[in-house]
Design a protein around this ligand. Structure first.
Ligand SMILES: Nc1ncnc2c1ncn2[C@@H]1O[C@H](COP(=O)(O)OP(=O)(O)OP(=O)(O)O)[C@@H](O)[C@H]1O
Ligand SMILES: [Mg+2]
Length: 315
């Protein structure tokens, strides 16, 4: 296999002291359409924003290579100029900046587009027509007061304007009505055709990807890629859900430690029924001691299953 356009290698990323991404490996070759799925809170948006260089997340290990260059430490605007694009799950509102000014400034930053004067105006008119958008939007402040679906279309305007090499679309389909979804889906197909654009589509629905040939599907659970396959993996997920993929080892360990800690705390409580005040009188301390003991045993078994020796207690 040739070198991928995007190569994410062993990425760990955190927000504050919470590690969200754990050893992410993912390749997207030029022109290919990839889908990233996973349960709520798995870390999909975090990965998208991390690839784009969001200051919200700190990359603590690993490298991100784009078009042959290591971009791990590059600022988001440089990544954008290199040909990366993200359509946000929750686009931010920017009061005081009219949509027209915003679009003009991002077009100006991408000199390679050669979009000035009349060419720029014509291109914007073309895109607005294609996306079935009202020209009046241009004078309104960026995303301020726009409906959920309208915001997603504004993200698509940027995609069509910038014609990136790779577009990460984070739940672009959510909040779009049937007609808007068709319009956006056509726009994405055109982007693929005209620019040979690669896509990393994050979604919970199949509607948007129905008309796109999916080359590869990646499944993320608890911040780790647990499975990969072709487009048919999406049908499998729709039928059987995410549980089939299990948990990454670090998460099993984390859960087992937490269960053990809880069981231990419960057992300690039962050793001092007098301190439990009004609860001490309820249900009987005897029964509770038995429950805590079995919970502790279960937790220790879980620790063993996760490949951890419980060593007669927990850390
Ligand atoms: N800046 C942050 N600070 C603290 N926690 C964060 C931050 N960003 C993300 N998280 C947490 O990281 C986890 C992953 O979030 P993320 O938004 O990436 O999930 P997701 O897979 O996109 O979920 P969804 O399908 O619901 O959009 C969540 O538990 C979230 O609360
Ligand atoms: Mg998300």
């Amino acid at each position: 296999m040739g070198e991928a356009l995007l190569n994410v290698k062993g990425i760990y990323a955190s927000a504050g002291d919470k590690t969200i991404l754990h050893d992410i490996n993912l390749d997207v070759p030029a022109g290919e359409t990839h889908v990233l799925m996973g349960p709520n809170g798995a870390g999909k948006s975090t990965l998208g924003k991390t690839i784009m260089g969001s200051p919200e997340y700190k990359v603590t290990q690993g490298t991100i290579t784009f078009n042959g260059d290591d971009i791990t430490k590059l600022s988001p605007d440089k990544r954008s100029r290199a040909g990366l694009f993200i359509s946000f799950q929750a686009p931010v509102e920017v009061p005081g900046v009219p949509l027209a000014s915003f679009l003009r400034s991002i077009a100006a930053q991408h000199k390679e587009l050669n979009l000035r004067g009349k060419r720029y105006k014509n291109r914007i008119a073309e895109i607005m027509d294609q996306l079935d958008m009202d020209e009046k939007y241009l004078t309104r402040e960026l995303n301020v007061g726009f409906s959920g679906g309208e915001k997603k279309k504004i993200e698509m305007m940027q995609l069509l304007l910038l014609q990136p090499k790779l577009a990460i679309l984070d739940e672009t389909d959510s909040g779009l009505d049937v007609d808007a979804l068709n319009v956006v889906s056509h726009a994405i197909q055109e982007y693929k055709k005209v620019c040979n654009g690669a896509l990393l589509i994050i979604t919970h629905n199949t509607r948007l990807i129905e008309h796109l040939d999916v080359d590869r599907t990646h499944v993320m659970v608890r911040g780790h890629i647990m499975a990969e396959g072709d487009g048919s993996l999406i049908d499998n997920i729709n039928k059987n859900g995410f549980e089939q993929f299990g948990l990454p080892d670090y998460a099993k360990k984390e859960d087992a430690e937490e269960a053990a800690a809880q069981a231990k705390a419960g057992a300690a409580d039962d050793e001092q029924p007098a301190q439990k005040g009004m609860f001490a009188g309820q249900g009987g301390a005897q029964g509770q001691t038995f429950d805590a003991d079995s919970a502790l045993k279960n937790a220790e078994a879980a620790l063993d299953a996760a490949g951890l020796k419980s060593k007669g207690g927990t850390k």
